[in-house]
Ligand binder design. Structure first.
Ligand SMILES: CC(C)(COP(=O)(O)OP(=O)(O)OC[C@H]1O[C@@H](n2cnc3c(N)ncnc32)[C@H](O)[C@@H]1OP(=O)(O)O)[C@@H](O)C(=O)NCCC(=O)NCCS
Length: 202
């Protein structure tokens, strides 16, 4: 690609314009919540203009370390030009440098562009039912907590190096995963709901 594309890692989550435009304020609120838990943003610039954003985090709760691609979005007018692939490759590189075994992302079953993007980058895509069959229900729930994936039906998985083994991915500490989920997913949800229970969940 000959265009002037630059991906920059940053930890300023004060505005996440591409995620907000692409997915709405609700999602940008959830994306912001992982900043205090070690998440980072990768901004993709084309000739100085911000065209894409991804929010990722690293999670070490078991015998493997997950690199979670929590959000990835390209501005609508720039889609279909290969920028999503460039941004995903950059997100993987950032996570890889932080030391992860697997890249994972949850996807809604009706989001065909996103499913195709991850598949085109070598990910295997599973339904939660398939994960449950291979790993068992509790392990599937643990993975759903680690990825904040309750709204989505699918999980995309790729090993940083070598072939992915779903059973390996399922191997995490359920108690720690629940604690993570409360901080990263439940609390932001309660805040958005304006619930007074927010402080009582940890
Ligand atoms: C998903 C998204 C990031 C893809 O970005 P993009 O820049 O359009 O993707 P690319 O141009 O790099 O395309 C990469 C591959 O994805 C697939 N793809 C992209 N857009 C597609 C579409 N509209 N329909 C089907 N497949 C599509 C293709 O397989 C493509 O490979 P190809 O060009 O060799 O055919 C973009 O559509 C987006 O921002 N969507 C809204 C936010 C979102 O849903 N994010 C994912 C959930 S967090």
């Amino acid at each position: 690609m000959e265009e002037d594309l630059v991906a920059l890692v940053q930890d300023d989550f004060s505005t996440l314009p591409v995620i907000e435009i692409s997915m709405g304020r609700w999602h940008s609120h959830f994306a912001r919540a992982v900043k205090r838990l070690g998440g980072v943003t990768i901004d993709l610039y084309r000739s100085g203009e911000l065209v894409g954003q991804s929010v990722v985090y690293r999670l070490d709760l078991g015998s493997r370390v997950l690199g979670v691609i929590y959000y990835i979005a390209i501005l609508p007018r720039y889609r279909g030009r290969g920028y999503g692939r460039v941004l995903l490759a950059s997100a993987e590189e950032v996570l890889s440098m932080r030391g992860v075994d697997y890249f994972v992302a949850t996807i809604s079953g009706d989001n065909s562009p996103s499913i195709a993007l991850f598949q085109s980058m070598g990910y295997s895509v599973y339904s939660w039912g398939e994960v449950s069959k291979v790993c068992g229900y509790r392990a599937m729930e643990t993975l759903r907590m680690e990825t904040c994936g309750y709204e989505d039906d699918l999980i995309a998985i790729k090993k940083d190096s070598g072939d992915a083994d779903l059973r390996e991915v399922c191997n995490a500490d359920g108690k720690k995963a629940r604690k993570w989920w409360r901080e990263a997913c439940l609390k932001p949800w309660l805040i958005i709901r304006g619930s007074a229970m927010a402080g009582d969940q940890s």
